[in-house]
Design a protein around this ligand. Structure first.
Ligand SMILES: CC(C)=CC(=O)SCCNC(=O)CCNC(=O)[C@H](O)C(C)(C)COP(=O)(O)OP(=O)(O)OC[C@H]1O[C@@H](n2cnc3c(N)ncnc32)[C@H](O)[C@@H]1OP(=O)(O)O
Length: 258
């Protein structure tokens, strides 16, 4: 993969690791980050060696929001015609699972980027918030929608209307964060979780992600039908035969993603 200006990219075994790398701006998300992150995720999605992805930032900031310096001079016509921030939705279209490993600030677009990932592992020092209201705007990368689905209307309204931050413990209680770990353990914990996911049948993993994501969009009846059809279709894979045979034979499965 090519060198990026705003990201560090590496693979650890079958896990793709992306580190946001604009330390002087607390990883503020400008259009270069958006373009490069989209490109990096597409490459990992297409790479047969990669089974899961971890996205992280620095200890002080996962990302302190969309880049205010870049947005400040924008006018309405350009924002509308250029679909300002619309490109970020490509991140959520990634098919392989992405774990956000969040330390420090995840504010505004930073919180929204973490929520585009499949789940969030937070360090004890993590702080989440949607402070856009303090700048005279509102969330624009999905905060009003994904945060509300994650934590419910009451807390989403509280955060979006007051612009206050919540710490990792509150974010976990509210259902935004899957687990909290020490700051030192954050990356290892996220990489271990990603490696575990990457060790399973790739077809089953992608279908599991798809099925859970559809829960936000479908009625219960539609969602249950989709889940059942996906489940049934997995019986056409060699990995289902292998997984169940391995259980019966009391050995570890050897999945081949077929
Ligand atoms: C998606 C949409 C629609 C909108 C958004 O995301 S708007 C942005 C929302 N985020 C914020 O409003 C947070 C802005 N940042 C802060 O409030 C503070 O930086 C902090 C509380 C996160 C940290 O404060 P601290 O005093 O520790 O650090 P600073 O000196 O303030 O920052 C260091 C350095 O980073 C630049 N910075 C921080 N955040 C952003 C940002 N979102 N965009 C652009 N630049 C940012 C900050 O200006 C400073 O740079 P300089 O040293 O060059 O001044």
């Amino acid at each position: 993969m090519q060198d990026f200006e705003t990201l560090l990219i590496e693979t650890r075994g079958d896990v793709g690791l992306i580190t946001l790398n604009r330390p002087k701006a607390l990883n503020a998300l400008n259009s270069t980050v958006m373009r490069e992150l989209t490109q990096a995720l597409r490459s990992f999605d297409a790479d047969p060696q990669v089974g899961a992805i971890v996205l992280t930032g620095s200890e002080k900031a996962f990302a302190a929001g969309a880049d205010i310096k870049e947005m400040q001079p924008v006018n309405f016509v350009d924002a509308y015609l250029d679909d300002l921030l619309g490109g970020w939705e490509a991140i959520a279209a990634t098919r392989k699972p992405i774990i956000a490993a969040v330390s420090g600030y995840a504010l505004g677009g930073g919180c929204e980027l973490a929520m585009m990932c499949d789940f969030i592992i937070a360090a004890e020092n993590a702080k989440f918030g949607q402070p856009e209201i303090t700048l005279g705007v509102i969330p624009g990368m999905g905060g009003s929608q994904r945060l509300t689905r994650a934590v419910g209307k009451a807390k989403a309204m509280d955060l979006v209307l007051t612009g206050r931050m919540m710490d990792a413990a509150e974010a976990e209680r509210a259902g935004l964060v899957a687990r909290i770990v020490s700051t030192e353990r954050l990356l290892d914990e996220a990489l271990e979780a990603a490696a575990k996911i990457a060790s399973f049948s790739r077809v089953a993993v992608l279908m599991a992600k798809d099925a859970v994501n559809r829960a936000d969009e479908l009625t219960l009846a539609e969602g249950l039908r989709l889940e059942r059809r996906l489940f049934q279709s997995l019986f056409a894979t060699a990995d289902q035969k292998e997984g169940m045979a391995a259980f019966m034979e009391k050995r570890k499965p050897d999945f081949n993603n077929r």
